[in-house]
Design a protein around this ligand. Structure first.
Ligand SMILES: *Cc1c(COP(=O)(O)O)cnc(C)c1O
Length: 396
């Protein structure tokens, strides 16, 4: 359907593909074409499309109860929170409906903890260049990219932007107004940029020294994506706050903000809320997702498959002059190219593999975490052949 006929706001530059059915690593379009999916709905369908355990739990819940509001106790919400707390460094969870809302909650909690618990007039949050934290006014302001801010001024105060992976520069950004540092441990949208361990240690050191809250945005890196249930585990650190959304309920909308016990009192009754946050249905999908991930050791699988992908991609793409660097962690993989991703990604789609771009020149691979070696080989071969054709065409 052309944009003229569409009744939707044209906020998305959509690919000319209409997907109507999915199963595991496969998607089919409205013409019956089959695709291998290395996009996973932007790191959402981490267990593949329509995973059996989650589907069964959802169908069961759909017959019981959909919505009651947070004026009442919701057993599924409590259970999902317990599961997350048992499997992370956090002690308490707030549920919402998206990543931006989870980060919005984190920003509000950081400010309120400083104001109400510490009694300090501090509200500034340090974030990083090329970060991505969402599209609400506060979270687009937190985002270290100008393109998401154009036309939306005036923006909320209280955000400063430091260079990513620059441990030496960081301390000069801390002032007596700073209350928190917020970062992604692999920048997703910004180009698949992993955080250096030395940089992360400096972030943690500064947080300790100045009593700042460490907020990790795990919306893309969480739920097994990087080969651990949460990416902070790779660094041996414990954030005060971290946020989840994308992979948390296998495609059912949900967001979560998780924090340490000392933060509980800052979010007292009436301080924050959401009508839909943590409905019986959304949290049913979340419970089935987390239980499956823990029982089936899905993050470990992602780590192994990630190693396989990196080895194979390096082997199959080495020598291609268009490929500058292959980077990432686990199954969050970026192939930085010398050509714009906007030219390469559609060519890969035409070959039957769905991938996305991240930043101007990076092809981002986000296979589901249960992807088989056979499908990994197939997808990597398709990428190698498209990039070989593009390289041959560009020297002519
Ligand atoms: C996708 C994403 C968000 C925003 O999530 P929405 O659900 O689109 O609001 C925030 N932070 C990171 C790191 C993301 O990848």
């Amino acid at each position: 359907m052309s944009e003229q006929q569409s009744a939707l706001f044209p906020t998305y530059a959509r690919f000319p593909i209409t997907l109507v059915k999915g199963e595991g690593s496969r998607l089919w379009d409205d013409k019956g074409n089959e695709y291998l999916d290395f996009a996973s709905g932007l790191a959402v369908t981490n267990l593949g499309h329509v995973p059996e355990q989650v589907k069964n739990k959802l169908v069961e819940q759909l017959g019981e109860l959909w919505h009651v509001s947070n004026l009442f106790h919701i057993p599924n919400q409590e259970k999902l929170a317990q599961l997350l707390v048992q499997n992370s460094c956090a002690d308490a969870v707030f549920f919402c409906n998206s990543g931006a809302e989870a980060n919005e909650a984190a920003i509000k909690l950081a400010r309120r903890y400083n104001a109400k618990v510490l009694g300090k007039q501090r509200y500034e949050i340090i974030t990083f260049h090329t970060s991505f934290h969402g599209r609400t006014l506060a979270t687009l302001t937190a985002t270290g990219q100008d393109k998401v801010k154009e036309g939306f001024h005036p923006l909320p105060e209280g955000f400063v932007y430091a260079p990513y992976n620059d441990a030496d520069a960081l301390k000069s950004f801390v002032t007596d107004k700073t209350c928190a540092i917020m970062l992604e441990l692999v920048q997703g949208e910004g180009g698949v940029n992993p955080a250096d361990p030395a940089f992360v240690q400096e972030v943690v050191r500064l947080c300790k020294e100045h009593d700042l809250l460490l907020i990790i945005d795990e919306i893309q890196t969480g739920m097994g994506r990087t080969g651990k249930l949460f990416a902070y585990e790779h660094y041996g650190i414990e954030p005060d706050i971290f946020t989840l959304a994308k992979g948390l309920a296998s495609g059912f909308p949900i967001g979560a903000m998780l924090g340490k016990a000392k933060l509980r009192e800052a979010f007292s009754a009436g301080s924050h809320g959401s009508t839909f946050g943590g409905t019986p249905i959304a949290t049913a999908a979340g419970i089935a997702t987390v239980e499956t991930m823990v029982q089936d050791k899905v993050p470990e699988r992602a780590a192994e498959m990630g190693d396989y992908f990196f080895a194979e991609l390096k082997a199959k793409l080495s020598g291609n002059p268009l490929v500058k660097q292959i980077r990432g962690r686990g199954l969050l993989i970026g192939i930085e190219c010398t050509l714009p991703a906007s030219e390469l990604v559609p060519a890969i789609h035409e070959a039957g593999l769905l991938v996305t771009a991240a930043g101007p020149n990076v092809i981002r691979l986000l296979p589901n975490l249960l992807v088989t070696r056979e499908d990994a080989d197939k997808g990597i071969a398709l990428i190698a052949s498209v990039l070989a054709q593009k390289a041959a065409a560009s020297v002519q």
